[in-house]
Write a protein of this length. Structure first.
Length: 210
């Protein structure tokens, strides 16, 4: 199971999370988020281990701005959290990994994902909210039984130390990784390293990291 820690922006905290060796680290490039990286220095992320995939998270951003920030921060992947079309996603497939996020509730229609299957590397299923993630609430994970594509997916939305045991019980061949954010914070964008350490230990127990 891949481990992604999202919503980082403070230098020392970024280094502390990096030391835990997550597979992915996410940085919010959306100015309406409390975790927005704003005017982070150009070289802030340069020295992060090349074993960790750096993800820029965008919401309905224009293509030119995304391309500039990929270059500025040397992102290895982008996560598109808005209403981006398959064609928009496909523009980046040969440049970076592409993660397309969808807000999920009991009425979510997985059939809509068919159009994206050749235009993204991964899906991310988050709890549907008006604020595009970071809500700290879960959705009914049994809905994932309706997902039948072979595009791997991340699970997000309200993951915490209290429910990671249940996460490990999810059985879907495309379940690729988890996205840890608001329930592992002391304050927005400032991660609780002790909680993350416990989470990594829980998720890695009785398994070999893929």
């Amino acid at each position: 199971m891949k481990l992604k820690v999202c919503g980082l922006k403070y230098t020392d905290n970024i280094k502390a999370v990096e030391a835990l060796l997550p597979d992915y680290m996410g940085f919010i490039c959306y100015d309406k988020s409390s975790r927005f990286i704003a005017a982070m220095a150009d070289d802030e992320l340069v020295n992060i281990s090349t074993d960790i995939i750096k993800v820029g998270v965008f919401v309905n951003e224009d293509a030119d701005s995304i391309s500039k920030l990929i270059y500025k921060y040397k992102f290895d992947a982008i996560q598109l959290h808005g209403n981006e079309s398959p064609e928009f996603c496909d523009m980046y497939m040969h440049e970076v990994q592409v993660i397309k996020a969808f807000g999920v509730d009991e009425n979510f229609d997985f059939a809509q994902l068919q159009a994206y299957k050749n235009s993204v590397d991964y899906f991310l299923f988050d709890t549907k909210t008006p604020v595009h993630g970071g809500s700290g609430t879960t959705f009914d994970w049994s809905i994932l039984d309706n997902y039948k594509l072979d595009v791997p997916f991340f699970l997000s939305g309200g993951l915490s130390l209290d429910n990671l045991g249940e996460v490990k019980q999810i059985i879907n061949p495309a379940f690729y990784g988890v996205d840890l954010n608001s329930k592992f914070e002391i304050s927005p964008a400032f991660k609780d390293i002790d909680k993350l350490t416990q989470a990594f230990n829980t998720l890695n127990s009785n398994e070999i990291r893929s």
